[in-house]
Design a protein around this ligand. Structure first.
Ligand code: FEO
Ligand code: CA
Ligand code: CA
Length: 619
């Protein structure tokens, strides 16, 4: 397919000259993804799409399929008939028998939090050791008004408060087992462990030892304390877990206060804006979070961290994969054995990346250094449905700078600014990958973020999922072809593009796709982190939810609705696939939920274990 070689400026001129909806008609109808104008009327839409669901259910007899659930604003988890769930782990649940049970009055202390499940669970995965199961999950951040709800200003007051907040971050590693009461944490298991913002982590890859990573406490730039704001995750074929550091900027402040001015690099990464952090106040007990004292400390975060779930090897920050606001890390091995890692940078107008390993995966090998050396690329999307990966080595920067300031390198090489790239998922049944582009109020507003075919809607309120097929079926290839799997939207409210693509209807509408994961049968699970107001532009969508997309037909069915004010984040399975673990993050973010314990209990993020009542596998 021919390519239109255009700069960003050219793209914006093209977009201005033609109606983007006309262009989009061409690119989406060619692939059969845009509903016809006639079907955009609300009533035609309802009946046509109801038929659509019924016929898809009837046609697809090859696998058990659930009866989709309705949208809901209730403060509970809603799943289809024939399924049940139990709570596996809540924020503050002790992982050792000598740690006190969670106390909702005090909401714990630094020491109890350091030995209990962290807050706001996100990406997760299971690992098997013989017949034992280990669950590793990220604890992305904490809601200050809940964690410090016992304090007048709902902010940390004492040093112990600050450290409690710190230890609510990082990761939780626990052995889990299924009992007659459902899945539970095995307290005191040899595998149980918290990884926190104070855990020692080694630095590997080309930027290890870089001047940009050196600090007073680490003059060699080889040992970093801690990981935090881990969002999505990845899993390697050699049995390690990847934790992806996202909004690390919110933890740094400056002792200069408002007199602090960000340099070019701090600005691009949002470090200590106006000299302030986001209320965590870590600099109170740990001077490295004061950027005026330790200007390189932010450079030591925003990486992907490789973790051995068995605890045998020290965690490692993987500098070859670049520093940005990492969402997840989706690994796939190419036909020649190279390992490709797809990665999103979740910020408005940032980029989609991929890493291609220099060395090859060997089934019998140790493979542990495969993510230490390789090429890093950012994606360029052309309006004709083609695309290419551009190497960041083309940027006019040193190798260290290219990795530490990957965003700046990707801008230099002319990658396409995207609508907040969140999770990437690779189809296990065919060479194609999907990315959630969650939403972007700046699209078509900022000159650096013009409307284009890959990001086709002004102000993108609802988000979309884009997919691509690499040339020759090889994920290491330079070129690819792409299309849009779904434009989320609200057909109640809109009869234009904001009504969504043909596969969105009043029965399955949602906004802000975020978590994406394929199950072993090739179903694409979609988790949302969006507007749960259920009003105006979002009326009819209810609380955040999880849906299943069929990559063959592009039909999408709602499987789960979360409690009030949560997002759905993180998804994995038991080794026998009979249980699906789903993350419910920050219920009651605005004070409106008592989930999961009900009554007057404070809300707590939790992981639930979903099973089919007939005991069959669930993906
Ligand atoms: Fe942590 Fe982009 O979500
Ligand atoms: Ca997310
Ligand atoms: Ca999100």
């Amino acid at each position: 397919m021919g390519k239109i070689q255009t700069s960003s400026d050219d793209q914006s001129r093209i977009s201005n000259e033609k109606s983007p909806e006309t262009d989009l008609d061409l690119i989406l109808t060619r692939r059969g993804f845009l509903k016809s104008t006639a079907s955009l009327g609300a009533s035609a839409f309802v009946s046509a799409t109801s038929l659509n669901i019924n016929s898809a259910l009837a046609e697809d007899q090859r696998r058990p399929i659930f009866k989709p659930v309705s949208a809901s604003t209730a403060d509970r988890v809603l799943i289809p008939e024939g399924y049940e769930y139990s709570i596996l782990a809540r924020w503050g649940d002790p992982i050792y028998s000598n740690t006190p049970e969670f106390d909702s009055e005090s909401r714990g202390s630094a020491s109890s939090q350091a030995t209990s499940v962290g807050d706001n669970n996100d990406g997760m995965d299971t690992f098997s050791v013989g017949s034992r199961t280990i669950l590793v999950f990220n604890n992305e951040f904490t809601n200050l008004d809940i964690l410090f709800g016992n304090r007048t200003n709902q902010l940390p007051e004492t040093d112990d408060d600050v450290d409690k907040g710190k230890f609510a971050h990082g990761l939780t590693i626990v052995e889990i087992k299924e009992t007659t009461r459902g899945w539970e944490i095995v307290k005191d298991s040899q595998f149980n462990k918290r990884i926190t913002p104070n855990t020692e982590i080694s630095v590997v890859g080309p930027a290890a030892g870089s001047e940009l990573l050196k600090t007073k406490n680490d003059p060699l730039g080889m040992k970093i304390l801690g990981t935090f704001n881990n969002c999505g995750n990845g899993k390697t074929p050699w049995g390690t877990y990847l934790a992806c550091e996202e909004n690390i900027n919110g933890y740094f402040s400056s002792s200069l206060g408002e007199k602090f001015t960000q340099n070019f690099y701090e600005q691009r990464y949002g470090i200590a804006k106006n000299g302030k952090d986001w209320g965590y106040n870590w600099a109170q007990t740990d001077a490295r979070f004061d950027v005026s004292t330790e200007p390189n400390e932010p450079n030591r975060h925003g990486w992907i961290v490789e973790i051995d779930p068995m605890g045998q090897k020290e965690p490692k920050k993987l500098t070859a994969l670049g520093r940005f606001k990492h969402e997840n890390a989706e690994l796939v091995t190419t036909p020649s054995g190279q390992v490709v890692v797809y990665m999103g940078d979740d910020e408005r107008g940032e980029f989609l990346y991929k890493f291609v390993s220099h060395n090859r995966y060997r089934t019998q090998g140790t493979n542990t250094n495969l993510l230490h050396e390789g090429q890093l690329y950012a994606a360029k999307f052309y309006d004709d449905g083609s695309g290419e990966w551009i190497s960041l080595s083309n940027a006019n920067m040193s190798r260290d700078e290219t990795l530490v300031y990957a965003r700046i390198a990707a801008s230099q090489v002319g990658a396409t600014t995207m609508d907040r790239p969140e999770w990437v998922a690779v189809n296990p049944n065919k060479p194609e990958a999907y990315v959630s582009l969650t939403n972007n109020k700046y699209r078509g507003e900022k000159s650096s973020q013009p409307i284009n075919m890959a990001n086709p809607r002004k102000h993108n309120k609802y988000g979309h999922i884009l997919r691509w097929t690499p040339e020759n079926g090889d994920h290491a290839a330079k070129h690819f072809n792409w299309d849009i799997f779904v434009l989320a939207g609200n057909p109640y409210e809109h009869s234009d593009l904001d009504g969504g693509s043909w596969n969105i209807n009043v029965n399955n509408m949602f906004n802000s796709p975020d978590g994406l994961r394929f199950d072993s049968e090739g179903n694409l699970w979609i988790q949302t982190d969006g507007d749960y107001s259920n009003e105006d532009e979002f009326v009819g969508m209810g609380n955040n939810q999880m849906l299943m997309g069929d990559p063959k037909t592009a039909n999408i069915y709602r499987f789960l609705v979360g409690p009030k004010e949560c997002e759905i984040s993180g998804l994995t399975w038991s080794p026998d696939k009979k249980t699906m673990f789903v993350g419910i993050q920050h219920p009651g973010q605005k004070g409106g939920s008592n989930w999961p314990d009900g009554g007057n209990n404070i809300p707590r993020s939790a992981i639930i274990a979903i099973k089919r009542k007939d005991g069959r596998a669930i993906g």
